[in-house]
Ligand binder design. Structure first.
Ligand code: ADP
Ligand code: MG
Length: 571
């Protein structure tokens, strides 16, 4: 007797279901994709108990004849491709012909469908892969599928389900993603009959985000114009600088109308925000990429949403370039430009640490011009910010032409210093101060090795060292922005950082950036060391920087309330 047998179809389907249907949200995904593939312009999704009790997806798409309906429950039955070569240009979501039979094999499943050419609909009820009945019924054109008792036929899988709340969260997130990806389709999502969101088709993207993600998120994004280059188009909504998230939850990427996980896109977006949000956090984005389908690999794991691009670096470059040019055009803060008029006060090029007196250090041969945060008080009139009051915690209150603003003095100063240092680097005219009395530096082997390796870079940054024995060095000159009193500890820290974060200091531009950030950390001034006039000058300088809205770590430099905001709050 032969030991090898063909699996009965139901068992084969249940095994396939293990891949296709991981959890209730995966069922919703498959059914939703079928509705969209069927050309629906309206989809209603209802679920109960996280989808464990029931899921109903109803559409107004093209529907199926009774023959097609029966066929759709057969394994590898699909209307979407015929030849393997069709795989190269898939425009639909489905193509495996596995979803319906898989789902029907692990649940109670009722399909009702009617093409607009028929006068009546057709219902097929299935339990655990076995057909219970088929019959005619009256219904509007379209398809309605109800799935109940998910995984009851395969109890082993039931215990992998998480709480109702968790499963519901997955369903809601999934439907949100599809709803945002399909602006032409109206969506209604309900849990136990209670509306979670409703988003009509054909409305502007921002309205759609407001309907699906809510008012708060809609206020945190701004509309990006369409960017286009060599067959790629990018559009969408991007978070305002300073707005960030601890996870990639709200970093939504859509490729050719398909919500996807793309490491390349997520990385490119995050990288573009660079100094606008804190390290390790993610921007908020709804980014839509259109690209020749032949450049995208979609034939990945059925339950995964990951895509790969044939030319990742090209996509990455295009996104970074587009997003950066958009952020620049926004002045980095997404606030109305008209409240800020350009001023001539130069950005201060020299800084002193907070904790040392402003007088030039005796060690400096030629004193650096002391902090140039000083300019006529009248300039505030031109900017439109009027200083009102100092607040606790290094903050100050200003009246603005449109309301009022609270400035974080330290953060604002960091932004100004950061850009002035970077500017020196980019103009390659870092001013170096020779020291009258050189400072001795004794180093451990590792930092000593780093110093030797990075000597050239440090020289371009305005430092000058002389070696006078194994691990013994003399500091003979410093960049003007560094106070000699704190030079020693700064250099030790810098070498430590360079050893630890090799990548960040690997290329000159990155290294300059990292260095500027460190310098700023050390050297910015607290508000109580500034006079009122200096405070106003700081605001002037802040608005001359490229990103006045955030400090180099991406923290907000000021918060603004408009009169309209206030009126709304007073209701
Ligand atoms: P696939 O989507 O990979 O083709 P499915 O098992 O998901 O496989 O669906 C099988 C077939 O059933 C589809 O190719 C399509 O012809 C039909 N079908 C499924 N859902 C719908 C629907 N909502 N409206 C119209 N036809 C559908
Ligand atoms: Mg499908």
């Amino acid at each position: 007797m032969s030991l090898i047998r063909l699996l009965p179809p139901t068992v084969a389907n249940q095994i396939a279901a293990g891949e296709v249907v991981e959890r209730p949200a995966a069922v919703v995904k498959e059914l939703l994709e079928n509705s969209l593939d069927a050309g629906a312009t309206r989809v209603i999704i209802d679920f109960s108990r996280g989808g464990k009790a029931s899921m109903i997806i109803e559409d107004n798409g093209q529907g199926m004849t009774p023959e097609d309906a029966a066929m759709s429950l057969q394994r590898h039955a699909t209307s979407k491709i015929r030849l393997a070569s069709d795989l190269d240009r898939i425009a639909t979501f489905g193509f495996r012909g596995e979803a319906l039979p898989s789902i029907a094999s692990v649940a109670r499943f009722t399909l009702q469908t009617r093409p607009s050419s028929s006068t009546s609909g057709w219902e097929i009820a299935v339990n655990a892969g076995r057909i219970l009945h088929q019959r005619e019924l009256g219904m509007a054109p379209g398809t309605r599928i109800e799935v109940t008792n998910l995984f009851h036929p395969v109890p082993a899988r039931l215990k992998f389900l998480k709480s109702d709340e968790t499963e519901a969260a997955h369903i809601i997130r999934l439907v949100r993603l599809y709803a945002i990806s399909h602006p032409e389709v109206g969506f209604l999502l309900r849990e136990d009959g209670r509306e979670i969101f409703r988003s009509p088709g054909q409305v502007p993207l921002l309205e759609r985000v407001r309907a699906i993600w809510g008012q708060q998120v809609a206020e945190e994004v701004s509309l990006m114009p369409l960017f286009e280059r060599s067959g790629m188009r990018l559009s969408g909504l991007l978070g305002k600088p300073g707005v960030s998230r601890g996870t990639r939850q709200d970093l939504v990427t859509v490729v050719n109308g398909r919500p996807v996980d793309s490491r390349t896109m997520a990385f490119a977006l995050t990288e573009s925000y660079h100094t606008l949000i804190p390290k390790g956090r993610y921007p908020l984005a709804f980014a839509f990429l259109e690209i020749d389908p032949a450049w995208v690999d979609v034939n990945v794991h059925p339950a995964k949403r990951e895509v790969r691009f044939r030319d990742e670096s090209r996509v990455r470059g295009f996104i970074i370039e587009s997003v950066l040019s958009f952020l620049r055009s926004q002045g980095g803060d997404g606030l109305p430009r008209q409240t800020i008029t350009p001023i001539e006060t130069p950005v201060p090029l020299s800084i002193e640490p907070a904790h040392t007196p402003m007088a030039p250090s005796p060690l400096v041969a030629q004193p650096a011009p002391t902090t140039s945060i000083s300019s006529p008080v009248t300039s505030s009139v031109r900017l439109g910010w009027k200083f009102l009051h100092r607040l606790r915690g290094d903050k100050a209150l200003f009246e603005t032409p449109t309301g009022f603003a609270i400035l974080n003095i330290g953060f604002a100063h960091q932004r100004v210093l950061y850009e002035s240092i970077l500017q020196q680097f980019s103009e390659q005219k870092t001013v170096s101060q020779p020291l009258l009395v050189s400072v001795h530096l004794e180093l451990d082997p590792l930092p000593a090795a780093v110093l030797k390796e990075k000597l050239e870079f440090l020289t371009t940054a305005g430092f000058s060292f002389e070696e006078y024995g194994r691990h013994f060095w003399r500091i003979v000159a410093l960049p003007t922005w560094l106070n000699p009193d704190v030079a020693l500890s700064f250099i030790r820290d810098l070498l430590g950082e360079m050893a630890r974060r090799e990548g960040d200091f690997g290329r000159p531009t990155l290294a300059h950036d990292a260095l500027a950030k460190m310098a700023v950390q050390r050297a910015y001034r607290k508000g109580d060391t500034l006079s009122d006039a200096e405070l106003l000058a700081l605001v002037q300088s802040l608005f001359q920087t490229t990103q006045p809205g955030t400090d180099p770590k991406g923290r907000r430099t000021y918060l603004e309330w408009t009169d309209a905001d206030l009126d709304r709050r007073f209701g």
